[in-house]
Design a protein around this ligand. Structure first.
Ligand code: ADP
Ligand code: GLC
Length: 493
């Protein structure tokens, strides 16, 4: 990792990020990528981020000889330690509480696939200690901002709010409104939430304690990960029950697009690829396509349009529609390479499709970082038919890798892909294919449109080149986060 120099002339600001997953140690989705890349990008804006996260085994292993900087006598039934470490180029504060976090595998789910029964305590503990550190529990550290990511960290603004002043400012970032963290009212006292927090303007949410609800109600500022999603979540269609609250707080809601770590995702240096390439050597992608087809047992067919999918398999991602549209895709002579994991029904559906269409459909059910890179470099187009998508990172990687995104016109997909309609093509602005509404019929039309574009090699190359020229880096988003943080601190006086 190259050292990134501070270029900002402004006074340094200290931010405590609070998050439940972090690439490259523990990752279930894009949240982990953002938690890793944003602090690195903010460093160039003069913002020093320390990241508080649970001491899962993989995190403690990476943190090596982390020193204990604080001890908590009792954290939901046992003592805990706060350990400071440098890992992956980040400044980490690891909440070492074996009774809560010494569990391998998925950070939220037990081996039986169900939520851990003590998730309420596990993530309240994280948020509670974030608020304590925010208030100076750790000697010599006084963050200006506590930045909570998603429901797992969302009680931090609530604990800060109910703890009185002085306190740091709080920012709640929503990566996905589909996961809210709701737990029984009976836990209120155990979680250390005061009686007055049981209110419509507190953590109460339809008779439960709503973690994300509390964070949204009580944070000083709310962000989400794209401008379009910021607008969508204020509507009943996308608000998932929280649109009323988000409309009420509209003056503090903003959408800041995610970036991509352009060192991790760089086709010119990517160690996972059969052949490295850049915009000037696009013809070298052919070797990656051939290698991908060979690795996955697809027919070696340079001229067949090869679609890739890299995704969690969940309702959000709309991949049930892809299963329905598969006959149409294959009828056009295309191939499909999917790497994904998630809902059993979807896993089974893609496994069955691969058996039914050998050589034309390949499904790697599992999590495979290297293969994700190879799909981006070897597939011709990346399918992202999401029903909703707060930002989406795979289409950003696709743009950078000259893999043409074919995506639903929702959320961050709408903000980052320019549809290849006649006007956009004429203006040389198009980077992919967008469709709406998210139905099987519209997906099939998008596949037909994509096939037509594929049959025009010059147009296809134009799409690839324009996509590769898009700025998908963290530079602009980091400036926006920095401006938000500085504004909050300034307005606090
Ligand atoms: P979400 O966070 O909703 O899952 P994003 O597009 O923001 O969606 O981020 C997904 C991230 O996880 C990307 O970095 C993507 O490459 C990665 N990913 C998803 N599924 C897999 C998989 N099965 N194997 C490897 N990487 C995956
Ligand atoms: C979420 C969203 C995804 C977003 C990611 C990182 O999991 O589903 O759209 O890119 O978080 O913000």
């Amino acid at each position: 990792m190259a050292l990134r120099r501070t270029s900002s002339a402004q006074a340094p600001l200290a931010v405590l990020a609070v998050v439940s997953e972090l690439y490259p140690f523990v990752k279930t989705g894009g949240l982990a990528d953002v938690a890793y890349a944003l602090p690195l990008a903010l460093a160039t804006e003069g913002i020093a981020v320390r990241t508080l996260l649970p001491g899962y085994p993989a995190v403690l292993a990476a943190a090596g000889d982390a020193s204990t900087v604080h001890e908590f006598a009792d954290l939901f039934g046992a003592p805990a330690r706060l350990r400071a470490a440098q890992a992956a180029g980040l400044d980490l504060l690891v909440l070492d509480a074996p009774h809560l976090y010494a569990r391998v595998g998925n950070p939220y789910l037990a081996p039986d696939g169900k939520e851990w029964p003590d998730n309420a305590q596990r993530f309240a503990a994280l948020a509670q200690k974030a608020a304590a550190i925010g208030r100076g529990a750790m000697a010599g550290y006084a963050p200006d901002i506590v930045h909570a990511h998603d429901w797992q960290a969302a009680l931090a603004p609530a604990y800060l709010h109910y703890g009185g002043t002085p306190r740091p400012r709080s920012v709640m970032t929503v990566h996905n409104l589909g996961y809210q963290g709701q737990f029984p009212q009976a836990l209120l006292a155990e979680l250390g939430l005061p009686p007055q927090s049981w209110a419509i303007d507190g953590v109460e949410y339809y008779g439960n304690i709503g973690y994300l609800k509390g964070g949204l109600a009580l944070a000083d500022a709310i962000t989400t990960v794209s401008p379009t999603y910021a607008a969508e979540i204020r509507t009943p269609e996308f608000g998932m029950g929280l649109d009323g609250l988000l409309r009420q707080r509209a003056d503090v809601v903003s959408g800041i697009l995610n970036g991509l770590d352009t060192d991790v995702w760089n086709p010119a240096t990517d160690p996972h690829l059969a052949q490295k390439y850049d915009a000037a050597t696009l013809e070298r992608r052919a070797a990656n396509k051939a290698a991908l087809q060979a690795q996955l047992g697809l027919a070696s067919a340079p001229d067949a349009l090869l679609y890739g999918v890299v995704s969690r398999l969940s309702w959000q991602k709309g991949l049930d529609l892809l299963l329905e549209a598969l006959p149409a895709l294959l009828h056009q002579g295309a191939q499909l390479a999917l790497v994904g994991t998630g809902d059993a029904a979807l896993e089974d559906g893609f496994r069955a499709a691969a058996l039914r269409y050998p050589g034309r459909v390949a499904a790697l059910i599992g999590y495979d970082e290297a293969l994700a890179h190879r799909v981006q470099a070897g597939a011709d187009a990346l399918l992202v038919p999401s029903r909703y998508e707060p930002c989406g990172l795979t289409q950003l990687a696709a743009l950078r890798y000259g893999c043409v995104p074919v995506a639903a016109r929702v959320g961050g997909l709408a903000d980052t892909v320019v549809d290849a309609n006649e006007m956009a093509l004429a203006a040389d602005a198009a980077t992919g294919v967008l469709f709406a509404p998210v139905t099987r019929e519209r997906l099939e039309l998008a596949l037909a449109h994509t096939a037509a574009l594929w049959r025009q090699p010059a147009v296809w190359r134009q799409l690839q080149a324009r996509g590769m020229a898009s700025d998908v880096s963290w530079a602009a988003p980091a400036r926006r986060y920095a401006a938000l943080f500085r504004g909050l601190v300034a307005s606090a006086g």
